[in-house]
Design a protein around this ligand. Structure first.
Ligand code: F6P
Length: 526
């Protein structure tokens, strides 16, 4: 196996990292830099001009991708090879958003399963939105409560919020709620506002054994019966989404209301599967299909664009430069569109559960640092909170700024709001990159009327080192296609990094130990 440190490109990058590169302030004086370091795919534009990259570093990173056989590893995933070796499975979430008319490299059997379930999901979402799904009293369902956790919650919940503007108040106007935490309040605060006669429980769990989800599901069922639902009519109010239909059936979920996905879909990669049903209900089947099409556009780009023009690969390679060579252990993700508030926690799971590994695929301990600590939240709010540490603290934190170029919220002053938001995004990225030197700070203070002595005393406090690397990712609008493409972009970034680090991005043994211990303690009644 080609361990990263044995590759000539890795060693070359180490040498490059050991010699100083110009400050971003200087690099950005090149007026062609933004154009040269810009890339666009599937309605998303990347401006990487504020990364601490020189042409020599970029070349070495491309060589690293080549020497790591990233393209061959990518093709193996799309073919359905058993790349998740510790769970002995292929990894085929890409098939879930494949062309509905033509099977991809994964073949006809997978294609047929995927299209069958997708049609069932879309039909059910349409029936529900048409008022044709009835509860025990014969009244139409108006509220859906999705119960799931981790990958069975974060994706649909994030996407429902991101596309909230499309949640058309259809007749009779189905609302989707999400509950993940088994804390009683989390469920109660949703159920207390609902009418049991009109409420549908969607229990989303790949394994259908997750304690938190089953606790919430049992409690919600009890709430239904306590509010008049006869036990024999309970199935009218239940939907299961799972890769373990036998387990769902054992717990009383009817097969005609059980939507399937498969063990080759990782939980954190499952929003594209039947697990997206709550999203399809919230935004409509057509928008759900557009969401899949957006991801497919990014898949096609990932598979066909040359590495130098390949958006996910570029994101991955600069991430590796920052993580492994500039030794920055975290990655900040700050969307500047409030509907994307849950995008950061969603990527946090996708990245950290995938690449938080310390073992190479051959079982030996990793020889390099792997997945970064991913954190953040809405950028505008962050500016008034933790951005101080980014600007002047002792950690260098690389940033992904995510902005939306065109907004059409129907508020009279929407354009003004949008201008403020995007102006701030650009200003923060520029301030982080360029900073302000001691000399410039002192001069600025004196220009504002301070005496030379006072300015000299104050300047160190108001100086900014800068040189903080960032990506600017611009969605031309926030719609189902762009959202699908954005998620797929991060998925393939994570994949590319794992391919270079030689780790398995698709298992999650680290989270299993706690689960096993909880089970053992429950049995011992500790
Ligand atoms: O605990 C983490 C995890 O295993 C995630 O990988 C998964 O998305 C989540 O639990 C939920 O699991 P399930 O869908 O089986 O309920």
């Amino acid at each position: 196996m080609k361990l990263p440190t044995t590759l000539p490109a890795w060693q070359q990058l180490q040498t490059l990292a050991a010699s100083p590169t110009p400050h971003l302030r200087e690099l950005l004086t090149d007026s062609h830099r933004e154009h040269r370091m810009g890339l666009t795919a599937a309605g998303i534009a990347l401006d990487a001009s504020r990364q601490r990259l020189t042409p020599a570093i970029q070349q070495a990173l491309l060589a690293l991708a080549e020497q790591s056989d990233v393209a061959a590893q990518r093709d193996a995933m799309f073919r359905g090879d058993t790349i998740n070796t510790t769970e002995d499975r292929p990894v085929l979430h890409v098939a879930l958003r494949g062309d509905p008319l033509h099977a991809g490299p994964w073949g006809n059997a997978v294609q047929a399963d995927v299209q069958r379930e997708l049609a069932r999901v879309c039909d059910f979402a349409q029936a529900l939105n048409a008022g044709a799904v009835l509860g025990f009293s014969g009244e139409a369902i108006t509220d859906v409560v999705n119960i799931g956790i981790g990958g069975s919650d974060l994706g649909p919940r994030m996407a429902i919020e991101a596309l909230a503007h499309l949640a058309a108040p259809a007749v009779p106007g189905v609302r989707v709620h999400c509950v993940s935490n088994p804390d009683a309040w989390a469920l109660w605060s949703v159920l207390r506002g609902l009418d049991a006669k009109r409420t549908l429980l969607v229990v989303s769990s790949k394994t259908f054994t997750t304690q938190e989800t089953l606790t919430n599901a049992a409690s919600a069922q009890r709430w239904l019966t306590d509010h008049g639902c006869p036990p024999e009519a309970l199935s009218k109010h239940l939907v299961a989404i799972t890769a373990s239909p036998a387990q769902a059936a054992r717990l009383g979920y009817p097969s005609e209301r059980t939507f399937l996905f498969w063990d080759w879909v990782g939980g954190r990669y499952s929003v594209w599967s039947a697990l997206g049903l709550p999203l399809a209900i919230a935004v409509g089947a057509e928008n759900f299909r557009a969401f899949l099409a957006g991801a497919r556009a990014m898949d096609e780009h990932f598979c066909t664009a040359l590495p130098a023009q390949n958006l996910p690969m570029q994101l991955a390679l600069t991430g590796i430069w920052n993580r492994n060579f500039l030794e920055m252990p975290t990655q900040l993700i700050v969307p500047y569109a409030s509907r994307l508030a849950r995008f950061t926690p969603f990527v946090q799971q996708m990245d950290m559960e995938s690449n938080g590994k310390r073992t190479h695929t051959d079982g030996t301990p990793t020889t390099v640092d792997t997945g970064p600590i991913v954190w953040g939240g809405l950028g505008i709010d962050g500016q008034h909170a933790y951005f101080q540490l980014i600007h002047q603290g002792r950690h260098t934190v690389p940033v992904d700024f995510i902005g939306v170029l065109n907004e059409d919220t129907p508020l009279p002053m929407a354009a003004t709001h949008h201008g403020v938001v995007n102006l701030n995004l650009r200003a923060q990225a520029q301030a982080m990159a360029c900073g302000r030197s001691l000399q410039d700070t002192q001069a600025a203070l004196m220009k504002d009327g301070m005496s030379e002595a006072d300015a000299a005393a104050m300047a160190p406090h108001r100086t900014f080192e800068g040189n903080i690397p960032s990506n600017l990712l611009w969605l031309d609008r926030l719609d189902p296609m762009r959202l699908g493409a954005l998620i797929a972009l991060y998925e393939h970034k994570v994949f590319t990094q794992a391919a270079i680090w030689r780790i398995n991005a698709f298992d999650q043994w680290g989270v299993e130990l706690g689960k096993t211990m909880a089970k053992a303690m429950e049995q011992r009644k500790v």
